[in-house]
Design a protein around this ligand. Structure first.
Ligand code: TXA
Ligand code: MG
Length: 314
């Protein structure tokens, strides 16, 4: 891809920057990540500073494959079985291997580590080119909506972050996070892989962390993913002065209306969710009304993000 913006970089430059201990944004199939080599505290610190992220919130480490992930953890039989779902929108929180080459900042001092093998071809090529695991949270300032396009990254950081542009993200929601303790599996965050699919793959039910379980996933603050505008959920239509995020067939002819999926498709809705929230937020309307979304499949993660976006701000 030919760089068209001042902060655009190509794959070689991105790999060179990361190797030299700098940060850059890169595409994954879920959302854009802000990466740094996971072994260097100096590099990882730049992620926290760029995002203004609280230090207690650990980062997900992106690996090229299961072997690379195996340098950082030991897989239980259940973890191995879940890892066959890689590459994809799934993060496994596993025991940190003794002597693993990882900065303490990445794990926030925990004895576990969040690992993921992303499916996006550019992410895979980037990790391969760097040759080591990359720590990468979503490439947004802390508390804002995750970016699903390079443009959103440029906007949110005012061009302060070099970006490897890989087009729009195909999943559009962050990865599903599962904690695996021996054979016990607990979903810490709903995400791009529906819990029903995970249960089907495992052949048994999994557990779900309580929404306010701050210890399980330190980063899951209630008011996360916040647009500037206020949100009104489960709205059959917009009221005066509201933008509207629709789902399924709608008759309303409101201006500032975007439809997540006219056919009511949840995958399409997940892909559009953050981009449309960004776009409706950019209209400057004080409030965004949001249509009801079914609480099934990817609808669980979509509703989770919407509830957080609507929660009172600190
Ligand atoms: O799809 C994704 O997961 C994206 C892309 C870039 O991979 N990344 C992402 O990272 O969403 P971030 O930092 O925005 O969210 C990571 C979440 C946080 O809530 C953090 O607390 C949790 O993962 N996490 C990371 N390591 C953990 C650990 N060892 N134990 C519990 N939670 C962990
Ligand atoms: Mg995030």
């Amino acid at each position: 891809m030919q760089p068209g913006h001042p902060t655009d970089i190509d794959l070689e430059t991105a790999a060179a920057l990361l190797k030299s201990g700098e940060v850059c944004a890169f595409p994954t199939e879920t959302v854009y990540g802000l990466g740094a080599i996971a072994s260097s505290s100096e590099a990882v610190l730049k992620i926290f500073e760029t995002k203004q992220r609280p230090r207690f919130n650990p980062l997900i480490v992106h690996c090229a494959d299961i072997d690379m992930a195996g340098t950082l953890t030991r897989f239980s039989p259940t973890a191995s079985r879940l890892a066959t779902l890689w590459p994809g929108p799934l993060t496994l929180v596993l025991p940190l291997r003794d002597g693993a080459e990882i900065s303490d900042l990445v794990t926030a001092g925990l004895k576990t580590i969040g690992l993921r093998v992303p499916a996006h071809p550019l992410a895979q090529r980037l990790i391969a080119a760097v040759g080591q695991p990359l720590a990468a949270p979503s490439a947004n300032p802390s508390g804002r909506i995750s970016p699903t396009s390079a443009d959103q990254v440029r906007d949110m950081f005012d061009g302060r972050v070099p970006v490897l542009d890989g087009g729009p993200c195909s999943t559009g929601l962050e990865s599903t996070i599962l904690a695996v303790e021996d054979e016990k599996v607990t979903q810490l965050r709903a995400g791009g892989l529906a819990s029903a699919e995970i249960e089907r793959h495992l052949g048994r039910a999994i557990e779900f962390a309580a929404a306010d379980d701050a210890i399980a996933a330190p980063g899951m603050m209630k008011s996360h993913y916040a647009p500037r505008a206020a949100l009104r959920l489960n709205a059959p239509g917009p009221e005066e002065g509201e933008a509207y995020l629709a789902f399924g067939p709608v008759r309303t002819e409101a201006s500032n209306l975007l439809n997540l999926s006219e056919s009511g498709d949840l995958k399409e809705s997940a892909r559009n969710l953050f981009a449309y929230l960004h776009a409706l937020d950019a209209t400057g309307m004080a409030r965004i009304a949001v249509a009801p979304i079914p609480e099934e499949g990817l609808g669980e993660a979509i509703n989770d993000r919407l509830r957080r976006a609507a929660a009172p701000r600190p």
